[in-house]
Write a protein that binds this ligand. Structure first.
Ligand SMILES: Nc1nc2c(ncn2[C@@H]2O[C@H](COP(=O)(O)OP(=O)(O)OP(=O)(O)O)[C@@H](O)[C@H]2O)c(=O)[nH]1
Ligand SMILES: [Mg+2]
Length: 484
């Protein structure tokens, strides 16, 4: 089956051969390069939502600066590369390498006096298998639309004006469902034919460990809240799914040292009553005079792990679930939710690479062509229109959007079926069909084709439903081809 991308690529090449305008040519070159690059995923969210911390947890190294410092105000790309290198792309169109060092493992870049206002973006090449499939981008926090940092993020994501975004997909971090967050997600979703939403956005309930006063059950409370958000119609229309993640705990796990583990083990060996008293509040933990570990050690532990992370670590060691530093690191990683997010990145987003890149190509070609009013480019316009109207992947995206927006007159069981089928592209076929791993996929697929064809031909089905049903039958047919 031909894909939208396989049709858009030659169109792009032909147009590139036909244009003379240097700026259009440069845009097309960049677009063509982007189609072959790994998926570009940006982390966005309000100020201090935990983006940089989560970035570090995903890469597994403390590369992104957190808290203060001028580098937090830069849009920073983290790419897999053959060597370690930091490049600054300046607003004046020039680029230069920046020296860096890594005291204590954290990356410190020397901007050499260049003001952040003059920097378009920072590009960090870092040999890392974690970056092989995706390029990750850290963005400055969105505050109010007017501040400089927010403006930089908005410009970069293409959420303002008619700017074309530089990311293929976005992970949006939020601690609560605020109106401003919804406005931002709304802006990211574009309504071009290829439909950005909801497939190109994932939401993260960030700093999940802080839910419910950092108690030991914080993560299960956060999971319940995330489930509620997933069913919230306002969010369902705007993002693929919501996962809770405690980035700080995940980051601490990747950096956990033996001496920190020993401090945790010493605390875990305290009599129960003493420990409970110590862990009552962060203040008590830091200032208790009878504690067997130094205040400096406690401060470091609290800064690295947060209150929940400290409580959880001590409890895991006490229960014998973490007899070594590496066992504790594994437990913390598993419980932080970061693996769930990584899985989503490698399945949902990476498997959808083709349609996400096609969407970018379509929007990019559309933008270039609208700047070329000469009728000699009309055949390109017609071809672009044809591809965008006929590509089945885009139809599927629209269908999923329509289902999530509740605008198709389908039965609840049908909605569930389609949500599973279309909402988890990239997952194994049996999961998309709601079957166990040993079930007969082929039989279920044939049944799907049959049922949806009948639904399409049913004279009582409204036109929109008939069209949708025809598309669903086609999706089932695609599964049939891949199950042979
Ligand atoms: N408890 C807890 N604290 C977190 C978590 N993630 C980040 N923080 C803390 O929140 C503060 C901000 O974290 P960053 O990762 O710098 O957040 P950011 O979204 O990159 O912030 P800006 O780039 O300044 O907008 C830091 O003090 C982090 O330690 C988390 O998962 N749990
Ligand atoms: Mg940051």
């Amino acid at each position: 089956m031909s894909t939208a991308l396989s049709e858009l690529r030659p169109l792009l090449e032909r147009l590139r051969g036909a244009v003379h305008d240097p700026s259009a040519a440069a845009t097309l070159d960049r677009l063509a390069a982007r189609l072959d690059e790994p998926l570009i995923v940006a982390l966005a969210g309000k100020v201090k939502a935990g983006k940089s911390t989560l970035m570090n947890a995903l890469i597994g190294e403390p590369l992104a600066p957190t808290d203060a410092g001028e580098c937090t105000q830069l849009v920073t790309w983290y790419r897999n590369g053959p060597t370690y290198r930091v490049r600054l792309d300046l607003k004046d169109g020039t680029s230069r390498q920046a020296p860096f060092q890594r005291p204590d493992g954290a990356l410190e870049v020397d901007l050499g006096g260049t003001p952040v206002e003059a920097i378009e973006r920072m590009v960090i090449d870092w040999p890392s298998s974690r970056l092989a499939q995706v390029t990750l981008i850290d963005t400055p926090g969105l505050d109010s639309i007017t501040t400089t940092n927010s403006a930089r993020t908005h410009a970069f994501l293409g959420t303002e004006g008619d700017g074309e975004g530089e990311a293929d997909a976005v992970i949006y971090l939020m601690r609560h469902v605020h109106r401003t967050d919804l406005t931002f997600l709304e802006a990211f979703r574009d309504d071009t034919q290829a439909g950005a939403s909801p497939i190109s956005a994932l939401a993260v309930l960030s700093r999940a460990d802080e839910v419910g006063a950092c108690r030991l059950d914080a993560m299960s409370s956060a999971r319940r809240i995330a489930t509620g958000w997933r069913d919230d119609p306002r969010l369902r229309r705007l993002c693929q799914t919501v996962v809770p993640v405690a980035g700080l705990v995940a980051e601490a796990a990747t950096l956990l040292r033996e001496d920190q583990y020993r401090v945790i083990a010493t605390l875990a060996a305290l009599p129960r009553a003493d420990m409970d008293r110590l862990l009552l509040t962060a203040d008590r933990f830091l200032n208790d005079r009878d504690c067997p570990v130094t205040q400096v050690e406690r401060e470091e532990l609290l800064e690295r792990l947060g209150v929940f992370g400290v409580r959880l670590s001590i409890s895991l060691v006490r229960l014998g679930a973490a007899p070594t530093a590496s066992a504790l690191a594994t437990e913390l990683t598993n419980r932080s939710g970061v693996n769930d997010l990584r899985n989503l990145l490698t399945t949902v987003l990476a498997e959808r690479r083709s349609v996400l890149k096609a969407r970018v190509a379509l929007a990019g070609l559309d933008a270039v062509l609208s700047g070329l009013p000469d009728p000699v480019y009309d055949p390109f316009r017609l071809e672009l229109e044809r591809i965008s109207a006929s590509a089945h992947e885009f139809t599927e995206v629209h269908l999923l959007n329509a289902i999530r927006a509740g605008s198709l007159a389908l039965k609840p069981a049908e909605v569930d079926e389609l949500e599973r089928l279309l909402g988890s592209i990239g997952a194994p076929s049996h999961e998309r069909l709601g079957l166990g791993p040993d079930a007969d996929v082929r039989e279920a697929v044939l049944d799907g084709v049959e049922r949806w064809r009948r639904r399409a031909e049913n004279p009582l089905s409204p036109l929109a439903v008939s069209e949708a049903a025809r598309a669903v039958a086609r999706t089932y047919e695609g599964l049939l081809a891949s199950s042979r």
